[in-house]
Design a protein around this ligand. Structure first.
Ligand SMILES: Cc1cc2nc3c(=O)[nH]c(=O)nc-3n(C[C@H](O)[C@H](O)[C@H](O)COP(=O)(O)OP(=O)(O)OC[C@H]3O[C@@H](n4cnc5c(N)ncnc54)[C@H](O)[C@@H]3O)c2cc1C
Length: 426
């Protein structure tokens, strides 16, 4: 008898990993991905898989760091995405950062090479959710998929906001117009671009009149809850910026306003403009940034974005295997579960893959031990007694924890995840 096929919707971090996990276990997969598509233009419209829409950093590699430990555990679990990330890595100190195009192209290549994965390029709808299905459509889930889930969980989605400031290349800054300092002589961590009153007034006028992306009602609701685009802050009046994100205080010399830039990567070759999260159109961002003294010729490598990230109340809606309580055979993975971060999405992808495998083979799949980062995060997402908030890997999730014993916890976690993986994957 032919082996039951699993549908995976979304070839992002979670979906690609889930498809590859199932494929390695010998289960045929149909993987549906809608990229590239027009509505993604503001987040780079890549046709590739597991595309990092924002930072290219997957955070620390050190096992004494929670993110590093999660990666070490994912490596024990034979994470395909992590393997491709290591191949595509760029210099970033103790962190793992990737060349995003090389990385996501190689994930797509790896998936496409697998004989038992059929890739379909289309916008999946509820009709595609049949038989055993893993929904991993992430922050850019289409409305049809969100409606499908909403109908079954009988609850609205929660959401959180990713606010990203523009990132520019350090060697395109004109340092004759900027100075390096932290406020109140507390180090040298920032590049500061000072403005005169006249320069500020022209700048203010330009930013409030620049063209923005349309807002919907929920955006407005979120902005007013404290996550404001810089152009909206500016609309409150000139003083809003000068007393806020562009305040000139804490420096030896007096300035009217100061824009600060902070290292984006370890080498300091990229810097983000502090507090400049924005919904301006890209051309407008370029024009406005070029009005900041020292940034006239700055090369923008990443434009600012603000985006809503939907997620469900997983402990209420999913069982211990990421399967919907109201829809047998339908699993949810990735950011929709309330996991936050690329590698966290990968973890849910592997676990959803194993869970779907267990469903087909009629084998019970248990959560990884609570002594591991993976087990602790999945327990938070699936077994919390209260509603969850988006969560990434951190030692605070451990049942017992003493910060002086990080190495002990890390070594124990690796031993325990190894045991769990051997039992689960074989
Ligand atoms: C603006 C922004 C910035 C972020 N910055 C960071 C960051 O710096 N670091 C970090 O760790 N995390 C960041 N995140 C979170 C990050 O997106 C997630 O951690 C991770 O990508 C989620 O993985 P996922 O697999 O759930 O979703 P994704 O990786 O986004 O994958 C979902 C896939 O599903 C596809 N899809 C959606 N609907 C359909 C459909 N109907 N049919 C077919 N395909 C569909 C999408 O095109 C996409 O390829 C950011 C998120 C956003 C939105």
């Amino acid at each position: 008898m032919a082996e039951e096929r699993v549908n995976v919707i979304g070839a992002g971090f979670a979906g690609s990993e889930a498809a590859l996990t199932l494929s390695s276990l010998g289960i045929p997969v149909s993987l549906i991905e809608k990229r590239p598509e027009k509505s993604m233009e503001h987040f780079r419209n890549s046709p590739n898989f597991a595309y990092p829409v924002c930072s290219n950093s997957f955070k620390s590699m050190e096992i004494k760091n929670a993110h590093g430990l999660l990666k070490a555990e994912l490596s024990v679990m034979r994470s395909n995405i992590l393997k491709e990330a290591l191949k595509a890595k760029v210099k970033a100190g103790k962190a793992l950062a990737v060349d995003r195009d090389v990385f996501s192209e190689s994930v797509k290549h790896l998936v496409s090479e697998r004989k038992n994965i059929k890739v379909l390029n289309k916008n999946a709808t509820a009709d595609d959710i049949k038989g055993i299905t893993i929904i991993a459509t992430g922050p850019f889930s289409s409305k049809e998929i969100l409606d499908y889930i909403k109908e079954r969980v009988k609850k609205d989605f929660f959401h959180f906001i990713d606010a990203v400031s523009p990132i520019i290349l350090r060697d395109t800054i004109d340092f004759s117009k900027c100075f390096i300092a932290s406020r109140y002589n507390e180090g040298n961590d920032y590049v500061n671009c000072p403005m005169t009153k006249e320069e500020f007034e022209v700048f203010h006028d330009a930013i409030i009149n620049a063209e923005r992306l349309e807002y919907d009602d929920t955006d407005k609701e979120v902005f007013f809850s404290g996550c404001m685009p810089v152009e909206e802050i500016a609309r409150y009046g000139k003083r809003a910026l000068v007393f806020g994100v562009m305040k000139p205080v804490g420096f030896d010399k007096k300035h009217y306003a100061v824009v600060q830039l902070r290292n984006e990567n370890k080498d300091g070759t990229m810097l983000n403009i502090v507090g400049f999260q924005t919904r301006l159109k890209w051309g407008e961002q370029k024009r406005i940034i070029s009005m900041i003294p020292g940034l006239e010729k700055a090369e923008i490598v990443r434009y600012g974005v603000m985006h809503k990230n939907p997620y469900i109340d997983s402990p209420l809606c999913l069982n211990e295997n990421l399967e919907m309580k109201s829809e047998e055979g339908v699993f949810i993975a990735g950011q929709l579960t309330g996991s936050e971060g690329y590698m966290e999405a990968v973890l849910t992808g592997i676990y959803a893959g194993f869970s779907a495998y267990g469903k087909i083979k009629k084998r019970s799949i248990s959560l990884p031990p609570d002594t591991t980062m993976s087990g602790s995060l999945l327990r938070y997402l699936l077994k919390s007694e209260k509603s969850i908030s988006p969560m990434n890997a951190n030692f605070g999730l451990f049942k017992e924890y003493n910060k002086r014993e990080k190495l002990f916890y890390a070594k124990r976690a690796l031993k325990d995840i190894y045991g769990w993986y051997n039992e689960t994957a074989h």
